[in-house]
Design a protein around this ligand. Structure first.
Ligand code: ADP
Length: 845
């Protein structure tokens, strides 16, 4: 805006200045032309007057000489004609008005012309003669087209005056006119054109067009005029020329060449500058603004480009991340074209199918689906085409032909213009899930069978007893009771096994490993099985060795017991079951090596063998029987009372000891179960007392005196039973009452605390899951009590306690027993033994 304003102002000022210069220039030219007109008119006047004067002098000489001889006059006249330009002729006309002499030529025509003119201007010549003054005639036509005029100078002769005139040359004509006797005229005939041409300066003629008018009659016009009416109209100047009685009008106007010289380029320079400068300024500003705009546009573009580059980098980074994620994804991902051929697969996809990624490229997807499932997969593909996405579980075929279960999600793919471009395939191996599902189904079917069958037996036998129909038949009643007891044991075994395997395999059960003598492991196992073997008519043959291993004794005894139990179960009566242990150097077969976790294969190990002469195990079952709920014959559980979990538990336990368990068998000849555990590298075994009860006896060797001060016999001993289950509490009360022990029952933790304070019992039997206060809380509170902090305690719980829990539950002498893991008989024996020990120590103190 500012630019436009400045430009307009500059243009306006330039125009004003230019206009000023134009006016000044015009004024200057006009003045010059006017001056020239004055000069030219003066010049013409003076020149003609000079000629008149010269003729007058000639006349004076005539007068002084009383006439002039022809020769003298001709010479004189010739000089005149020569010296003064413009003459056509110069002549002497006598007093009778006859032309006598003519210079330069005496052509008769000239005479005639002069005569004619004399006639024509008789009046003038008469006036001249009368006034004795030279006189100019108006313009005459000298010959065709040639204009001119005549000057008459009268001649008078007076002798006397000749002398006077010679004295004073400067006297005027008027001074002597009255003394003359008329002697004719000197007549000068002038051609106006040539006369004025000779008068005018060449420079004047170049610069101006000169015209002379007499009245309306143009009598002179300078030659070589560049006629331009506009110049003429604008610049012409007029001036009057008065010579005698003749009045001429001079008119001049400048020639273009002159004007060109007069016109100052400065004016145009100003104008052009005045126009060009703003134009340039505007253009420069336009360019500047354009360049600024362009620079801004470039800057914006650069910013946009930088943003675009950043965006692209971000997108590329995201793509890289996505690619990385795709590359490292555990799920198989593939991209396929519209015809179902692989375009790209991630490593997981190729790995799952046993191919290399590039091997799959170009192949058809149905090739990786089990032939029997292809129709199903094709239907899913159709569904995907119709509804964007489809999910299906089918069997996949690996490159090597092996089969696995997979879940396949097909998602329709589109290109950037939203055209269908194929599909994505997301694949996951669900073999493990299928296996788990299979195991779960199997577990439920086995467990439901295993639980319902003994429960039905228990319920049936107890129902008969409760109905009273067997009151008269005590033998049958006893048999029913035995059935109930056996099936209860079976149920307990099943539940313990299930819980065991879950906990062992999940690593929940910590192995309480210690240095154990092998003999101390074999002996209790055999002791537990002795009665059973006896009942089955099987002889147990044991061959032990003295060696030390780093093991959890209870768990190893559990393994040996299970192996012996199986061997006895499947041996015919009268046969022998052998249990041997021997130390071996580590020489492990390649087949075994893969399954062994020995940290150092050169470690010597103890090899247990349980051998029987039973029915044997088919070779294809030798490995599977170590799986859960696996039995050689489905009827084994029913016939032999097993659960199919024993060997699975054994394998878990042995594996946790960095050992290995396996079986060899010949059908109908017998089986041998091998179990090897690395020997302890300790030189000297720690002197730790090992127990093999199946439970940990957390005996605190606390020799401080019991809080119980009074000496009691068994009959006066008080036992506080803390159990919220009334039935179980009643069974426990009965057990102690059989020994004449005073019993008290608390149903909650709070009651347990109150009764403990009131009774100061000799022993407390404590369940852990109690209302209000838990068993843990009860122990915690009793620990803080002065008289009860050393109270002997039997924790009788359904939970398998961790080491940490065991520590938390320590009070006085503390025994930890798990319900159903110990039989009621075992419970009775241990609790009574503890009470006896306490009483004995009290007495001693
Ligand atoms: P169970 O509680 O059924 O005995 P196990 O896991 O201990 O469970 O044994 C699994 C199966 O292995 C048994 O049911 C039986 O079929 C087979 N088996 C185990 N030991 C022997 C053996 N010594 N002789 C023959 N078959 C055996």
């Amino acid at each position: 805006m500012m630019t436009v304003f400045v430009s307009i102002a500059v243009i306006f000022m330039s125009l004003c200045f230019w206009q000023g210069l134009s006016i000044y220039q015009s004024f200057h030219i006009r003045k010059y032309v006017k001056l020239a007109a004055v000069n030219i008119s003066q010049e013409i006047t003076v020149n003609i007057e000079n000629r008149i004067l010269a003729l007058t002098r000639m006349a004076q000489r005539w007068e002084v000489g009383g006439g002039t001889s022809w020769e003298e006059w001709t010479a004189d006249a010739t000089n005149y004609v020569h010296d003064y330009s413009g003459y056509k002729v110069l002549g002497w006309v006598n007093s009778k008005y006859e032309v006598c002499w003519l210079v330069p030529e005496s052509d008769p025509k000239e005479f005639e012309l002069i005569n004619l003119l004399l006639e024509e201007h008789r009046t003038i010549s008469e006036t001249t003669k009368k006034h004795q003054n030279p006189e100019l005639t108006p313009t005459v036509i000298l010959e065709r087209g040639v204009k001119g005029f005549l000057i008459y100078v009268p001649l008078f002769v007076r002798e006397k005056l000749k002398e006077q005139l010679s004295v004073s040359q400067s006297k005027s004509i008027s001074q002597y006119q009255h003394q003359n006797a008329f002697d004719g005229f000197i007549v000068g005939v002038f051609q106006t054109q040539s006369l004025i041409d000779s008068i005018l300066d060449e420079k004047i003629k170049r610069e101006f067009a000169v015209e002379v008018f007499e009245g309306r009659n143009k009598i002179y016009r300078s030659s070589d005029i560049d006629f331009d009416s506009r110049i003429e109209n604008r610049w012409s100047q007029e001036k009057e020329i008065k010579i005698g009685n003749v009045i001429w009008r001079l008119r001049i106007y400048p020639q273009p060449a002159f004007l060109r010289g007069e016109y100052s380029p400065f004016k145009n320079f100003v104008l052009s500058n005045g126009l060009i400068t703003p134009a340039l300024l505007t253009w420069a500003i336009y360019l500047m603004q354009s360049s600024q705009k362009y620079a801004k546009e470039v800057e914006t573009k650069n910013r946009e480009l930088a943003n675009e580059v950043r965006e692209r980098q971000k997108v590329e980074e995201e793509l890289r991340d996505q690619n990385k994620a795709l590359e490292s994804a555990v799920v198989g991902i593939s991209k396929l074209d519209v015809s179902g051929h692989y375009l790209k697969v991630n490593p997981a996809y190729a790995d799952l199918l046993g191919y290399k990624a590039k091997e799959l490229k170009g192949s058809i997807w149905q090739q990786t689906v089990h032939p029997e499932d292809r129709e199903k997969a094709n239907k899913a593909y159709e569904r995907m085409l119709a509804s964007e996405k489809a999910e299906i579980e089918v069997r996949a075929v690996r490159k090597d032909g092996s089969v696995f279960d997979k879940i396949l999600v097909m998602v329709k793919a589109y290109d950037s213009e939203q055209r269908f471009s194929g599909h994505y395939g997301f694949m996951k191996d669900i073999s493990q899930r299928r296996e788990v599902e299979r195991l779960k189904d199997e577990f439920i079917s086995v467990v439901s069978h295993e639980l319902r069958t003994p429960l039905t037996s228990i319920r049936g036998s107890l129902g008969l007893l409760a109905g009273g129909v067997l009151q008269t038949r005590p033998q049958q009643a006893q048999r029913m009771l035995q059935i109930a007891i056996n099936n209860s044991d079976r149920l307990i075994r099943l539940i313990n096994n299930i819980l065991d395997i879950e906990r062992i395999e999940s690593g929940e059960v910590q192995m309480n490993k210690q240095i154990c003598d092998v003999a101390n492991l074999i002996h209790p196992a055999v002791e537990v099985m002795r009665d059973i073997a006896q009942k089955a008519g099987v002889t147990l043959s044991v061959n032990s060795v003295s060696a030390r291993i780093w093991a959890d004794p209870d768990r190893i005894i559990q393994v040996l017991t299970n192996l012996l139990s199986n061997a006895i179960k499947f041996s015919p009566s009268g046969s022998t079951v052998w249990l041997t242990a021997e130390v071996k150097e580590a020489r492990i077969s390649p087949q075994q090596q893969g399954n062994l976790n020995f940290s150092n294969s050169s470690t010597p190990y103890i090899l247990f063998q349980v051998r029987d002469r039973g029915r044997g195990i088919p070779s294809n079952k030798l490995e599977s029987i170590f799986g859960r709920f696996q039995q050689v014959d489905a009827s084994d559980s029913r016939k032999k009372g097993g659960t199919g979990l024993g060997l699975a538990i054994c394998r878990s336990i042995i594996q946790q000891h960095c050992g290995f368990i396996w079986a060899q068998s010949t059908e109908n000849q017998g089986s041998t179960f091998y179990c090897q555990i690395p020997l302890s590298q300790e030189k000297e075994a720690a002197t730790t007392t090992t127990t093999y009860s199946g439970e940990s006896l957390a005996l605190a060797k606390d020799n401080s005196s019991s809080s119980k001060k009074k000496s009691n016999t068994q009959q006066t001993s008080k036992v506080l039973i803390v159990e919220d289950d009334t039935d179980l509490a009643q069974v426990i009360i009965s057990i102690f009452q059989r020994h004449g022990i005073e019993t008290y029952h608390a149903k909650s933790g709070q009651e347990a605390l109150e009764q403990s304070l009131a009774l100061l019992p000799d022993l407390m039997i404590l369940d852990l899951t109690l209302p209000l206060l838990s068993g843990f809380d009860v122990v915690e509170k009793l620990r803080q009590h002065k008289h009860l902090s050393n109270l002997p305690l039997v924790v009788y719980t359904a939970f398998d306690l961790s080491e940490k829990d065991q520590k938390r539950l320590k009070l006085g002498k503390t025994l930890l027993l798990t319900k159903a893991r110990v039989t009621p008989e075992e419970f009775e024996q241990r609790a009574i033994n503890l009470l006896k020990l306490v009483i004995l120590e009290d007495k001693e103190s």
